[in-house]
Design a binder for this molecule. Sequence first.
Ligand code: BDR
Ligand code: CA
Length: 309
Amino acid sequence: MPNPIKLIIDTDPGIDDAMAIFYAAAAADIDLLGLTTIFGNVTVSQATRNALRLLEWAGLHDVPVAQGAAKPRALPPFAPSHNVHGSEGFGDMPAETPKGKAIAESAAEFLTRMAREHRGELVLCPIGPLTNIADALDLDPEFATNVARIVLMGGSLEEGGNITPHAEANIYHDPHAAERVFASGARIEMVGLDVTHRILCTAQDFNTMEAAAPRLGGMINKMSRFYLHFYTTVGKHDGCSLHDPAAVIACTHPELFTPRAVPITVACEGETSGATLIATDGRATSQVFVATRADAVKQQYMDVMAQLD
Ligand code: BDR
Ligand code: CA
């Protein structure tokens, strides 16, 4: 097997974030160098607490967590998405205090330092609002070229939105940051709703995960009940989307996705705020994933999760 990729996940855990982080912990082709935290599904202090707990549950005690932004760049703060992820982030599971602490560096400081130290090798996978990534771009003019790829969960080219008819939640929660990132010239791969809405897991799939890996798979199974219930409240009865795991899988298995080179801009106001649109200002293209072998992505997820515990 080739060397594992060096990965940092920027996250707002969050149920599907937990699914993604446990996947990264179990995947032999991923070397997880750190987590950075962001507001979104929960507050940023809850995100940091949850990120630390996830790493401790997975036995990754040496993986650092750096705390990031508490609110969007220009918009007023958003209330956390309690209806989707529960009041503490993991559905009905109660909050737990981690043993460890976040490092002293901010998320943007940690990201810029790690991108410098692993120039051309670091893969960054943001699975929450993009504020920390925009802050890192502002902090270090070389960040866009130091980082190898930014494989982000967010946006939608032709699928419409999930938080408004036009916008996907991560982009909607900080459109100004997302615009900064898409205009940066960094090598970007967008894992948006065009593909994540195709990759669905059912209650039966989560039961299978628990049977294979009773401790951590069982935890994901428990959290997933709340998430699956939310999906039924919006009329989706065929399972929940593996949004954030799909982005992590795209970091190591791009062959499971079909890219289209598109320059992306983000609407920052009005009814369409948070929509990812085709830019006409000559900016660099992003690789937008427009189709996926959904069954193969799900199988990849299940196979790696079976190695947990
Ligand atoms: C994204 O929004 C959050 O609720 C999920 O964790 C995921 O990152 C999906 O739109
Ligand atoms: Ca997320």
